[in-house]
Design a protein. Structure first.
Length: 166
């Protein structure tokens, strides 16, 4: 049985409008830049502990950042040697991500869509990142289930979200 789409079209439209501002550290995405700087150390620490590697040694690891936006987390991970796939439902975000990565000489496999459509059924990743994305989908359970289906055995799932409820 194929699950229905988890994508919220209003959120995709909003992020498509904001795509050109992702890499402006003083623009509307500034809070994500601040969070990302703080969170990167935690992500690297968790990867190091899970896989018994020196801090920041990501060579050979496959990482998927689901809901990657314009690649704020993808780029520092790729720069440390990981094979990174960034997935986002907003095509303009992915276009901005591709341009920025190319300008920085980084190879990142950016894809448009939700996990079920953007990732091959047999594709597995050592690390899955779901960072500030679940608050933007219609069916959180289906979205997470579709993403986790791509986590390799013994892999690491890191998720965070900003609670939008009172």
């Amino acid at each position: 049985m194929i699950s229905p789409s988890t994508i919220r079209s209003d959120e995709v439209e909003r992020f498509n409008r904001l795509a050109a501002t992702w890499w402006d550290r003083t623009g509307p995405m500034r809070p994500l830049h601040v969070i990302n700087e703080l969170r990167l150390g935690h992500v690297l620490e968790q990867i190091s502990q899970t896989f018994g590697r020196p801090l920041g040694a990501l060579q050979g690891l496959r990482i998927a950042d689901i809901g990657c936006g314009a690649g704020l987390m993808c780029e520092p991970l790729a720069a440390r040697g990981a094979q990174v796939a960034g997935v986002d439902a907003a095509a303009n975000n992915i276009a901005a991500a591709r341009l920025h990565a190319h300008a920085g000489g980084l190879r990142i496999d950016y894809r448009v869509g939700e996990p079920r459509a953007a990732l091959r059924p047999d594709e597995r990743f050592d690390v899955l990142l779901l960072l500030e994305v679940v608050e933007h989908v219609d069916d959180v359970q289906a979205f997470v289930r579709d993403a986790v289906a791509h986590l390799a055995p013994g892999g690491l799932l890191l998720a965070s979200t900003i609670n939008r409820t009172l």
